[in-house]
Ligand binder design. Structure first.
Ligand code: PMP
Ligand code: GLN
Length: 400
C-alpha cells in the first residue's frame, strides 16, 4: 500500500516528535518497559505501582459499571467527583473551591497539562519556564503548543533550584511557570522560599503558574505545600493532580485541574476538544478514594518512605551514590562511582548485567544540558518490598 507524501510530517517533526525516518520515537517509559518485558528484568523504570490500591476504590468502580455508569460523563467531570475534589482541597489545604467553577476533571494529569499549555500559549514568542530535569511530556507539549521552553537547572544532589537562575529565567515573555512539586524525576520537594519566589516572579511578570502536584500525598517527613496556598498564589495558579499516584490507579487516567474560574474555563475550552470526557465509572470511585480517612493518606506516604529506604540502601550497597528523595516515586542515583560515564548506555545494558531496568536522567533534559546529568539514573521505588529487595540483590552483582 502506498503512503502519503508531502508536508504533513512537518508539524510533529518540527516539535521533535517524529524521527527523520517517519517513525515515532517512543517515550522513555515505553522504551524501558518494553526492555523490561523483553528481558524479564525488574522494571524500576516506569513509575507505576505493582500493587492495587484501596479495595473500597476498586469496588466502587466495579459497582459503578454494574449500575450502568458506562456512557459519557459531563465534560467537567461528574458533580460528585468535583465535590470530592473540592472537599479534599479544603480538608488538606484549607482551600475553598466551588466545584462548579474551580474544578475540572481530566484524562489524567497529562491531559490537564497539555490542555493548560495549549490554552495559555498565544504566540511563538511565549516562554514556558520549567525546572530541568523535567517530566517528559512538558517539553513535548510546549513544542506542540508552539512556545519556547526555558529551563532552570536542578543540581545534584539536593536538586533545589538556584534562586538567581530562576529569577533570570522568568521575564515578561514568560507565559507559564510550570512547576512539578514533589518533583519527578529527582524526588525533590521544593523549599518554601523557592515556592514563594515562584509566586513573586509570576506576579512581577504577569505569568500563570501551572503546578503539577500529582505526588502531593507522597512526601517523606516534609509537608506538601501547594503553590495555591501561598499569599498571591491562588489567583494565578492552576493546580493539577492525578488519582493515579494517590490510589495506585495509573491506568484509570483520572486527573484534575483546580484554580480560579477563568483559568479553569480556559483549560476546558481545549480539554473539551481533546477527550471531551473520560473514565465515567472511575470518577465515582475516585470520589470514594478522596473521601478516605486521613490514615489512608498517611499510610501511603509512610509505606513509600520505607520502600525508598530499601531501594536507597540497595543502590548504595551496589556502589551508587544516592540522592535522598523527599517525595515522589523516584530515587536518583549517580553511577559514576561504578565507572559509568554514560547512564543512557548503562541503562540499556543494565537488564543484561543485573536484571534491573532504570531510566537515565538524560531523558528528562534538553540536549544542550545532557552532559551535566550524564551519569544519573532514576529508579522507581513504587514496587513491592520483595521486588525491591530482589532488585537490590541483583544490583549487588555490579560490585562483583
Ligand atoms: N506529571 C508527573 C510529574 C508525573 O510523574 C506523571 C505520571 N507519572 C504525570 C504528570 C501524568 O499523570 P497521569 O498518569 O495522571 O496522566
Ligand atoms: N509518570 C510515569 C513516570 O514518570 C510514567 C508515565 C508514562 O509512562 N507516561 O515514570
Amino acid at each position: 500500500m502506498s503512503e502519503p507524501t508531502g508536508a504533513w510530517k512537518r508539524t510533529a517533526a518540527g516539535a521533535g516528535l517524529l524521527g527523520p525516518d517517519g517513525s515515532v520515537s517512543p517515550t522513555i517509559f515505553a522504551e524501558m518497559t518494553a526492555l523490561a518485558t523483553s528481558t524479564g528484568a525488574i522494571n524500576l523504570g516506569q513509575g507505576f505501582p505493582d500493587e492495587d490500591g484501596p479495595l473500597e476504590v476498586l469496588d466502587a468502580a466495579r459497582e459503578a459499571i454494574a449500575q450502568g455508569a458506562n456512557q459519557y460523563a459531563p465534560g467537567r467531570g461528574i458533580p460528585d467527583l468535583r465535590l470530592a475534589i473540592s472537599e479534599h482541597q479544603q480538608r488538606f489545604y484549607g482551600l475553598h473551591l466551588d466545584p462548579d467553577r474551580h474544578v475540572l476533571v481530566s484524562a489524567g494529569a497529562t491531559e490537564a497539562i497539555a490542555a493548560a499549555l495549549l490554552a495559555l500559549v498565544d504566540s511563538a514568542d511565549d516562554e514556558i519556564v520549567v525546572f530541568e530535569p523535567y517530566y517528559d511530556s512538558y517539553a513535548a507539549c510546549v513544542a506542540l503548543a508552539g512556545a519556547r521552553l526555558v529551563t532552570v537547572p536542578l543540581r545534584w544532589p539536593d536538586f533545589q533550584p538556584d534562586l538567581d537562575a530562576l529569577e533570570r529565567a522568568v521575564t515578561d515573555r514568560t507565559r507559564v511557570i510550570l512547576v512539578n512539586n514533589p518533583h519527578n524525576p529527582t524526588g525533590a520537594v521544593f523549599e518554601t522560599p523557592v515556592l514563594q519566589r515562584i509566586v513573586e516572579l509570576a506576579e512581577r511578570h504577569d505569568a500563570i503558574i501551572v503546578a503539577d502536584e500529582v505526588y502531593e500525598h507522597l512526601t517523606f517527613d516534609v509537608p506538601h505545600v501547594p503553590l495555591a496556598t501561598l499569599p498571591g498564589g491562588w489567583e494565578r495558579t492552576l493546580t493539577i493532580s492525578s488519582a493515579g499516584k494517590t490510589f495506585s490507579t495509573t491506568g484509570w487516567k483520572i486527573g484534575w485541574a483546580t484554580g480560579p474560574a477563568p483559568l479553569i474555563t480556559a483549560v476546558n475550552t481545549v480539554k473539551q476538544y481533546l477527550t471531551y470526557s473520560n473514565g465515567t465509572p472511575f470518577q465515582p470511585a475516585i470520589a470514594t478514594g478522596l473521601r478516605l480517612h486521613d490514615a489512608f493518606f498517611e499510610g501511603i506516604a509512610s509505606e513509600l518512605a520505607l520502600k525508598r529506604d530499601i531501594l536507597g540502601a540497595g543502590l548504595r550497597a551496589a556502589g551508587f551514590t544516592v540522592s535522598e528523595p523527599r517525595g515522589s516515586y523516584f530515587t536518583v542515583a549517580d553511577a559514576s562511582p561504578l565507572g559509568v560515564t554514560d547512564a543512557a548506555a548503562f541503562c540499556r545494558d543494565l537488564p543484561q548485567r543485573a536484571g534491573v531496568v532504570g531510566v537515565p536522567v538524560s531523558a528528562f533534559v534538553t540536549t544542550e544540558h545532557r552532559a551535566q546529568y550524564a551519569t544519573l539514573v532514576r529508579f522507581a521505588a513504587c514496587k513491592r518490598v520483595e521486588v525491591l529487595e530482589d532488585a537490590a540483590g541483583r544490583l549487588a552483582a555490579l560490585m562483583r
